[in-house]
Each structure stands twice: as structure tokens, then as C-alpha cells.
Design a protein around this ligand. Structure first.
Ligand code: BYC
Length: 318
């Protein structure tokens, strides 16, 4: 295509975005917009699926039947989110198997938060409250993302995340009001998950290589730092309400700005985890790889059966 034609298509594309008209799968879009979405959506899908592992670890050890049923439902929801998201990536021409292979080879990322271990039952509370809380903060703006299928998937995902956040906060509230040992367990979980939850929003804006362009394309509607600040502002009073202490000596409320100021995130730790050197990276990827290998015979049997049926139907029609 001639260069001026491309320029005109790009101009029309940006005009649609500026007027908040959704981009749909068959619409023309710049290659870089498609690639950015495939990267973000497939990594988001991987995060949902890998995110099942730390909580799945506690299903058999939930303290009672109600807790077990709720946790099971939550973990199943995460599988559903992963499936919507892989489908959304497919509408852009991504091959699901290839994106999953990229996860297994370490080429594709997934959220840093899932590379931390879940050591006690209180971690189920901390994950629901903080991790799903951070996920909602990040995903509500994605419901207004310029790409239609992603935005629509996020509407349903956010409704479910909000139930997840509440179940986590309920676990934390119960533990914080329980015996001294239970309260200590809740505090320990908060201590371990607070900083990794802040890291979920990604690098500071000045270090974020994709934010500026993604904001122009309205894939991202708020920056990493804006969302992180909103999360801190909402979550600190919740911790106070249940009598737990945020593990940050520098945390203080600024009455002039109306925001909490917080300490420096350990970015070295963040990048180590993102690069694959976190406490559980190897276990997480190994578990996903094993799941694929162990399920291979089921997929092969289903494919063979589908082929057999198709051949039988062809013979009948002949
Ligand atoms: N962990 O330029 P930046 C969930 C990477 S799951 C790992 O700011 P961007 C849930 C980033 O990918 C939560 N990597 O990037 C499930 C980029 O590397 P690449 C997942 C991170 O894309 C189960 C590089 O750093 N949510 O909700 O503009 C149970 C530079 O970053 C992280 C989503 O995926 C990180 N934390 O912004 C409970 C939401 N942060 O790709 C809960 C959708 C950054 O160039 N995604 N990186 O190799 C997003 O909103 C954006 O992709 C991010 C990063 C805000 C995460």
C-alpha cells in the first residue's frame, strides 16, 4: 500500500480512538497497535492461569466447607478469565498454542505477584484483598479500553474480581478479629504481600516503556503510578479499619494533596522477579508445562474423535 494511504488510515484510526469509537477485530489497525494488544492480553491471560496456582495450593487445606467452596469458585473464575482473554487475543490473529508456548519458554511474561509463595491460610485473605484489589484497580479502566473484545471481557472479569476482593477482605477481617495467633498470621501475610502488590502496577511511569503510546491509543486509560496511588489511598484505611499495620515506615497521609505518600519500592527485586528469578518462577512455569504435557492425551483423543466424526459425516454425505 502507498505510504500516503497508510498515513490516511492511521489518521482515521487515531480519529476513531480520539472520539471513543471502539476498534473491532475486522477494522484496520496499525501493526504496532495489534502487537501491543496481543502482548498485553496474552500476558494478562497467562497471569490469570498462573494465578490459579498459589491459591489452588490451599483448596485442600481450607479451614471449613464454606471457605473451601468459595476458594474453589474463585480459582475456577480465574480459569474463566484466562479463557476469555486467550479468546480476545485470538480475535487479533494470535495463535493460542503459540502464546502458551511463549509462556513455557519464558519469552512471555505474567504478573510478578504470582511468583511469591503462599505460606499460610491468611495468604488466601491477603491475595483476595490486595492482589484482586490491585487487579480491579488496574482492570476497571480497561473496561474502557479502545479495543472492543478486550473491553467487553473486562466488564465481566471486574464483576468477578470484586467478589474475590470481598472474600479476601472477609478472611482478613475474621483473622484480624480472632485469636492473637490468627491476627499475627494476618499481619504476616500483609507484610509479605504488601510490596509485591504495589509492584503489580508495573514500573514507575518514567521507566514504563509502553505507557505513553498505550495511553495515546487508549489501551491504557491511566498510568501505572496513577493506579498504584489510587490503590494505596483506598487500601490503607481498610487495613486501619481491621487493625493491621501497613509495613511501610514512610507511609503518611498528606493533608494538602489528599493522598498517602509511601516508601520506595524495591525495583531491583521487581526486575529480578520479572526476569524469572523470583522465589517461585521455576515452580510456576514447570507446573504449567506439566499440565500441558499431562493433558496432551485428552486433547489428542478429542482431536482424533473429531476427525473420525468428520470423516463419518463426509462418507454419509457421499
Ligand atoms: N509483572 O511499559 P510497562 C489478576 C512488564 S492477574 C510482570 O509499564 P505495560 C489475577 C511489562 O509487561 C493481573 N511484568 O508495560 C489473577 C513490560 O514488559 P514487555 C494481571 C510486568 O504493558 C488471579 C515491562 O515490564 N493483570 O488480575 O504498559 C488471581 C515494562 O512495563 C509487570 C494484567 O495483566 C508485572 N507486575 O504495563 C488474582 C492487566 N509490570 O511486555 C488476580 C493488563 C510490568 O514489554 N496489563 N511488566 O516484555 C496491564 O495493565 C499492563 O500490561 C501492566 C504493565 C500495567 C501490567
Amino acid at each position: 500500500m502507498k505510504e500516503n494511504n497508510i498515513e490516511e488510515l492511521e489518521r482515521q484510526f487515531q480519529e476513531k480512538i480520539d472520539n471513543d469509537i471502539k476498534i473491532e477485530p475486522r477494522d484496520w489497525m496499525p501493526d504496532a497497535y495489534r502487537d501491543t494488544l496481543i502482548r498485553q492480553i496474552s500476558q494478562h491471560a497467562h497471569s490469570e492461569i498462573v494465578g490459579m496456582l498459589p491459591e489452588g495450593n490451599w483448596i485442600t487445606r481450607a479451614p471449613n466447607l464454606r471457605r473451601k467452596a468459595v476458594l474453589l469458585a474463585k480459582v475456577q473464575d480465574e480459569a474463566g478469565h484466562g479463557l476469555y482473554l486467550y479468546s480476545a487475543a485470538e480475535t487479533l490473529g494470535a495463535d493460542r498454542e503459540e502464546t502458551i508456548d511463549d509462556l513455557h519458554s519464558g519469552k512471555a511474561k505474567y504478573s510478578s505477584i504470582f511468583n511469591y509463595p503462599t505460606l499460610s491460610w491468611a495468604d488466601m485473605g491477603a491475595i483476595g484483598w490486595l492482589v484482586d484489589g490491585a487487579a480491579i484497580m488496574n482492570q476497571v479502566p480497561l473496561c474502557r479500553c479502545s479495543y472492543g473484545p478486550y473491553a467487553r471481557a473486562m466488564v465481566r472479569v471486574c464483576k468477578e474480581e470484586s467478589f474475590h476482593q470481598r472474600q479476601g477482605f472477609e478472611i482478613m477481617t475474621t483473622l484480624a478479629n480472632g485469636t492473637p495467633e490468627q491476627k499475627a498470621m494476618a499481619q504476616d501475610a500483609l507484610n509479605r504481600f504488601w510490596w509485591p502488590a504495589l509492584m503489580m502496577f508495573g514500573p514507575n511511569d518514567a521507566e514504563s516503556k509502553h505507557t505513553e503510546q498505550s495511553m495515546r491509543w487508549k489501551i491504557k486509560r491511566q498510568t501505572n503510578d496513577e493506579l498504584r496511588q489510587q490503590f494505596v489511598d483506598i487500601t490503607v484505611p481498610q487495613a486501619e479499619m481491621i487493625g493491621l499495620t501497613i509495613p511501610d515506615a514512610d507511609l503518611k497521609f498528606n493533608t494538602e494533596t489528599g493522598h498517602y505518600e509511601f516508601g520506595e519500592i524495591n525495583w531491583d527485586e521487581f526486575w529480578q522477579v520479572v526476569k524469572g528469578n523470583g522465589p517461585c518462577n521455576k515452580d510456576r512455569v514447570d507446573a504449567r508445562r506439566k499440565a500441558k504435557e499431562n493433558g496432551m492425551w485428552v486433547r489428542e483423543a478429542a482431536a482424533a474423535y473429531a476427525e473420525k466424526r468428520a470423516n463419518r459425516n463426509k462418507e454419509k454425505r457421499a
